[in-house]
Design a protein around this ligand. Structure first.
Ligand code: KG4
Ligand code: ZN
Length: 406
């Protein structure tokens, strides 16, 4: 167990927490998030207090265009960033010259969108002589829960969003081990595409919801939730990777077949759409829960958790808003005597506060994460998360007795 020398880790963990408490209330960081379609700016203190948090969502506009068009998203970030920042500073009632640093998402995400946030961060950094802390978007999702709740390291984190699905073991704010990731689509992307293919957005009830919310809302009203069944992806692979493209394609084929059977008009929605949504949500949830179960078994087998503590699972990212998925992860954890946390809903989806918080966690660990010389700092569209243990997971050949989906 060379990676995880336990005594040393306990000692480092205790020292880190002591330092964190020492520095409570003493730091404040501005967070800027523009990796996808939300312009987010927030001001957060090191005790987790959010002084200001403004999110300008482009969702309504992209819903009308049937998806995110990167140059359009960039234009909207450019249009909104200054106003979002002004509103944040005004609501926080803080003089920007008192900030300790500016944290900004630099990776991964839509390059055109990321560029706007970074450019604005550099402008503020120069204007107020503040250092910049570059932030990995998924790391920020993974740590957001600690801003509001006392969730201590280490924990297993299930990251499910519109661009990613990952299982990662987190030892400390800057030490991530990747156990599994999506081989193709992300779950949020699958929900968005299926919701659009079902034409849920043409119904008033769902018109202002994102794909995941629309499917969750419709599924709750299903009368025969087991009517539509989908095959379980990757069930022959004993790893923790995800795949949602097959599920999505199966679902699209099933919608087309149902439309033919029901003689649905081109602008109409299939009659059984609620049962369909329930079936699709159940299939994605079963896949997500199974992969999380194997990741949990791997962590337990490798003794990654402190023996005296219950194993902790954190669920985060936009799809973590889904109560059915969250309830299933809670049910899984219960079977292992574990505990599950997720950030409050406003911080599951993209926001500036989680970026500011990640900046604070880094700053509290090591001041050198804050760059005073940031001229050459750039964005990165793709960027892996942590140190990969994906092959190690597969090599363990872990067979699980699957916890049944609720
Ligand atoms: O993390 P996020 O805000 O942005 C990315 O970084 O991708 O996640 C957005 C995704 C969207 O695909 C949306 O459909 C999904 O989160 N989402 C949900 C729910 N709320 C948002 N998926 C399932 N159930 C929900 N309630
Ligand atoms: Zn996100």
């Amino acid at each position: 167990m060379s990676l995880f020398n336990k005594n040393r880790s306990l000692f480092l963990g205790a020292r880190y927490i002591a330092r964190l408490h020492q520095q409570k209330c003493s730091l404040s960081v501005l967070g800027i998030e523009t990796s996808c379609d939300d312009t987010g700016v927030a001001l957060v203190q090191s005790d987790g207090k959010v002084l200001g948090n403004i999110t300008n969502s482009q969702q309504g506009i992209h819903l009308r265009y049937g998806g995110i068009i990167p140059p359009r998203a960039q234009d909207l970030h450019r249009l909104n960033i200054e106003d979002t920042y002004n509103k944040c500073i005004e609501s926080a009632g803080v003089d920007p010259s008192s900030l300790d640093a500016i944290a900004v998402t630099t990776r991964p995400g839509l390059v055109l969108s990321l560029m706007i946030g970074l450019r604005f961060a550099k402008y503020l950094g120069r204007k107020y002589s503040k250092p910049i802390i570059p932030i990995h978007h998924m790391e920020a999702h993974a740590l957001a829960v600690r801003m509001e709740q006392s969730v201590e390291f280490p924990y297993l984190c299930l990251l499910i969003s519109g661009g990613h699905s990952q299982l990662v073991f987190i030892k400390k704010a800057t030490e991530f081990y990747l156990l599994g990731e999506s081989l193709d689509d992300a779950p949020g992307e699958a929900f968005d595409k299926i919701s659009r293919r079902l034409r849920l957005n043409t119904m008033t009830k769902y018109a202002n919801l994102n794909g995941g919310q629309a499917i969750e809302t419709a599924a709750k009203e299903a009368t025969s939730p087991d009517r539509f069944e989908f095959p379980l992806p990757l069930c022959r692979y004993k790893d923790c990777n995800f795949s949602f493209a097959g599920l999505k394609n199966n679902a699209i084929r099933a919608i087309t077949a149902t439309e033919l059977k029901e003689k649905t008009r081109p602008d109409d929605v299939i009659i059984e759409y609620k049962d369909f949504c329930a079936g699709f949500l159940k299939a994605t949830t079963r896949h997500i829960t199974n992969r999380t179960q194997r990741a949990l078994e791997f962590c337990l087998r490798k003794m990654f958790f402190d023996n005296n503590l219950k194993p902790t699972i954190v669920v985060s990212g936009g799809v973590a808003n889904n109560d059915y998925i969250f309830d299933n992860i809670c049910n899984l954890a219960k079977k292992y005597d574990g505990r599950v946390f997720r950030p409050s809903k406003q911080y599951c989806s993209d926001n500036g506060a989680m970026i500011a918080w990640n900046g604070l966690e880094k700053l509290m660990e090591d001041k050198s994460y804050a760059l005073t010389n940031f001229d050459n700092l750039d964005v990165k569209g793709k960027c892996s998360l942590g140190f990969s243990l994906i092959d190690e997971v597969a090599n363990e050949d872990i067979k699980c007795k699957w916890v049944k989906t609720l």
